[in-house]
Ligand binder design. Sequence first.
Ligand code: FAD
Length: 437
Amino acid sequence: MSAPPITIVGGGLAGSEAALQLADAGHRVRLFEMRPTVKTPAHETPLLGELVCSNSLRSNDPAGAAGLLKEELRQLSCRLLDLAEEARVPAGQALAVDRLKFASVITKRIEEHPNIEVIREELTTLPDEPAILAPGPLASPALMEALEAFLGNRRLFFFDAIAPIVDADSLNMDRLFFATRYNNGEPDYLNAAMSRNEYVAFYQALFEGEKFTPHGFDAEDKLPLFESCQPIEAIAATGILSLAHGPMKPRGIEVPGERREAFAVVQLRAENADRTAYNLVGFQTRLTQSEQKRIFRMLPGLENARFLRYGALHRNSYIDGPRVLSDDLSLLERPGTFVAGQFAGGEGYTESIALGLLAARFLILRLKGKEIVNPPIETAIGALWRHVTQSPIEPLQPSHVHFGLFPPIMARGKEAKRKAHIARAREAFGPWLETLT
Ligand SMILES: Cc1cc2nc3c(=O)[nH]c(=O)nc-3n(C[C@H](O)[C@H](O)[C@H](O)COP(=O)(O)OP(=O)(O)OC[C@H]3O[C@@H](n4cnc5c(N)ncnc54)[C@H](O)[C@@H]3O)c2cc1C
C-alpha cells in the first residue's frame, strides 16, 4: 500500500515552500488553500504564495541577520527564494519582487507538480496526518476554533500587539538601573526613572506622534483587543496620567540615590537569557517606525537606542510554540502534525518561508526514520527555530530574525560583533546541513 499523502493547510509562503520541498523529495502532497472561495482580509488574488503587503523580502546582504538567513536558505535549496529570482525587481541590497509575477510562478510550479494536488477548500477541522499546518496570520476562524478546542485558548493567539526591542549595547546604563518592584525577587528588569517634565514631554510627543494605519481590516475599532494589549498611545489618549498609573507606574521601584519614587518608570525586560536585547514592557504601539525611533529615544537611557524590532499591532494568529511544539516543529499532543510559517511564531515573509522549509525537512527525516538534529542556534535559521520552540517569554512574542535572537558573542563594537556573528554562523551551518541528507 502506498504511503498516505501529506496534507498541507495553507498555500501561502510557508505552505508553498513546504509543498515543493516534500513533493520534490518524492512525497505526495494535498495542499488545501481556501482562496478564492473563502477570502482573507489582506490577500487580493487566488494565487499561491501571495505577498500581502510590501514586495520586499528584506535585505539580501549576508552582512546582516536577514541576509544571512537567505544565504542559509539558499544552501538548503529553498524553492521560493529560487523562484523569487525569476520575479526580482531592482531594489539595491534588498530582495524585492514583482508580487504578481512571484505568486504566479509559485502557483504554476505547484499546480504543474505531479506530486501535488491543490484543493481549493477551507479546512475547518484538524487535518489527516501526516500534516503541516501553515494557515498564516490570517488563519480562517473555523480552523482557529477547531484548534482552540484542541490546544485551549491560552496557547492560541488571534492578534498581536508587540512592543519594540532594543539592542542592549545601545543603552545608556548611566541612566538605567536594575530593580524589581517592591524588591520582590531578582532585579531582572532594567528601569528608566522619569521626572514630571520628562514624562509630560514624552506624553505630548506620543499623543501627537504619527500612527500607522495598515490595511482596513485591522483598523483599531475592528480589533478584538484585550485590555492588556492596548497600544500605549491608546492608553495615553484616555488621560495624561493614564500611563503613569499604567505601564509606566513607578510604584515600588526604588531609584538608586533617591528617597522618593520617580514620577514614572519605564521597564525593560530581557528578551533572551543572555540579555543582549530588551523589550520595552507595555509599549506595544501603532506609531510609525520613524516616530518610534524619535519618541522612544526621548526615554532616559534610550537616547541612542538601536531598534532590533519595532512595535506593531495587527491581526496575527499564531500558537505559543515553546509550550505546544516539539523540537521538530510537530505538536506535542499530535506528533504527526507539524506547524509552519508565521503561524508557528515567526514574523515576516522570509521567516515564514524558512519555517515552511524547516517543517518540511523535519517531516521528510521523520518519514525516513532518520535522526533529526536541531539547527545550531548560532545560525540564523537556528536562532529563529530556537525562538519559536524555546523562547522563555510566555506567551511567545513572534519575531523576525535579528542578532538579538542569537547567542551573545564576544567582540568590541557593533561592526565587529556583526562580523563575529556571521563567521560563527557560517562555521556552524555546514556540519548541520550534512545531517539533513
Ligand atoms: C496585513 C499583513 C501585512 C504583512 N506585511 C508584511 C510585509 O510587508 N513584510 C513581511 O515580511 N511580512 C509581512 N506580513 C507578515 C507575514 O510575513 C506574511 O503574512 C506571510 O505571508 C506569512 O506567511 P505564511 O505562509 O505563514 O502565511 P500566508 O502567506 O498568509 O499563507 C497562509 C495561507 O493559508 C490560507 N488559509 C488560512 N486558513 C485556511 C484554512 N482553514 N483552510 C485552507 N487555507 C487556509 C490563507 O488563505 C493563505 O493563503 C504581513 C502580514 C499581514 C497580516
